[in-house]
Design a protein around this ligand. Structure first.
Ligand code: AP5
Ligand code: ZN
Length: 215
C-alpha cells in the first residue's frame, strides 16, 4: 500500500499514521519527525532546519527531497509506505513522482484530512509529545497520568512550534504552498477526502474503509 496522508498542521496526520502503520504493517515516514530527530541530535541537517521550523516556515525543497529519496530507498519500503508531511510543495510532489517511478512503487492514494482552522489551533495548542513518538492532547486524547507518557513513562513536552503565533504562520505556509497540491492530486484521480473533524477512532475507521481496498 503506497499512500500519502495529507492535510494542514494539526489535522491528525501523525495520530492516524501511527495507528495505520501498525494496522497495515507498513513504515510511517514523517518528514517532521525526521527533521526533529536531527534537531535533537544536533546534526548539520538539524542545524539548517531548526530556524525554518521555529518560524513555522517550510524547510527548503532540496533538503526535503534528499531526505525522502534516502528514506524511500530503504528496504522496509518494499512493503509499501505511509508518507506524513511530504510532499508539501509542487517541486516536492514532482520529485516524489520521479523517485517512485525509479523504485517502481507508484502512489495509490492521497488522503486529504480536512479540519477547520480554529479547530486546528485548539488541537495544536493542547498537544503534548513524547520522545518515544507518542503524542497526546490535553483534552481530546489525555494520558492516564498528567504530563507522563502512557507508553514509556517519560515526561511529556510541547513542541517549540506549537505556540499560537507560530501555528498561525504554519497555517499560512500550508495555504500558500501546500494546499495547491489538492488540485495537483485531484487531477491525477488519486485524491480522497476524509472528514477529520470527528473523534480519533471514527476518523481511523473512515480511513481504513478507504485503505482496505489497497491491501
Ligand atoms: P510536521 O511535523 O509535519 O508538522 P505539521 O504538518 O505542522 O503537522 P503536525 O505534526 O503539527 O500535525 P498532525 O496533522 O500530525 O497532527 P497530530 O496528529 O499531531 O512539520 C513540522 C515542521 O517541519 C514544518 O513546519 C516545516 O518547517 C518542517 N517540515 C516537515 N516536513 C516538511 C516538508 N515536506 N517540506 C518542508 N518543510 C517540512 O494531531 C494534533 C493534535 O490534535 C494532537 O494533540 C492530537 O492528539 C489531536 N488530535 C488528532 N486527531 C484528533 C481528532 N480527530 N480529534 C481531536 N483531537 C485530535
Ligand atoms: Zn513515551
Amino acid at each position: 500500500m503506497n499512500v500519502v496522508l495529507f492535510g494542514p498542521p494539526g489535522a491528525g496526520k501523525g495520530t492516524q499514521a501511527k495507528e495505520l502503520a501498525k494496522h497495515y504493517q507498513i513504515p510511517h515516514i514523517s518528514t517532521g519527525d525526521i527533521l526533529r530527530a536531527n534537531v535533537r541530535d544536533g546534526t548539520e541537517l538539524g542545524r539548517e532546519a531548526k530556524g525554518y521550523m521555529d518560524r513555522g516556515e517550510l524547510v527548503p525543497d532540496e533538503v526535503l527531497i534528499g531526505i525522502i529519496k534516502n528514506r524511500l530507498t530503504e528496504d522496509d519500503c518494499k512493503a509499501g509506505y505511509l508518507l506524513d508531511g511530504y510532499p508539501r510543495t509542487t517541486p516536492q510532489a514532482d520529485a516524489l513522482s520521479g523517485i517512485l517511478y525509479e523504485i517502481n512503487m507508484p502512489l495509490e492514494a492521497v488522503l486529504n484530512i480536512d479540519v477547520a482552522d480554529e479547530e486546528l489551533v485548539i488541537r495544536l495548542c493542547g498537544r503534548f509529545m513524547c520522545n518515544c513518538g507518542e503524542s497526546y492532547h490535553i483534552k481530546f486524547n489525555p494520558p492516564e497520568k498528567e504530563g507522563v507518557c502512557d507508553s514509556c513513562g517519560a515526561e511529556l513536552y510541547q513542541r517549540d512550534d506549537d505556540k499560537e503565533d507560530v501555528i498561525r504562520q504554519r497555517l499560512e505556509s500550508y495555504k500558500e504552498k501546500t494546499q495547491p497540491l489538492i488540485d495537483y492530486y485531484n487531477e491525477k484521480n488519486i485524491l480522497v477526502n476524509i472528514d477529520g473533524a470527528g473523534e480519533i477512532d471514527r476518523v481511523f475507521s473512515d480511513i481504513c474503509e478507504v485503505l482496505d481496498q489497497y491491501k
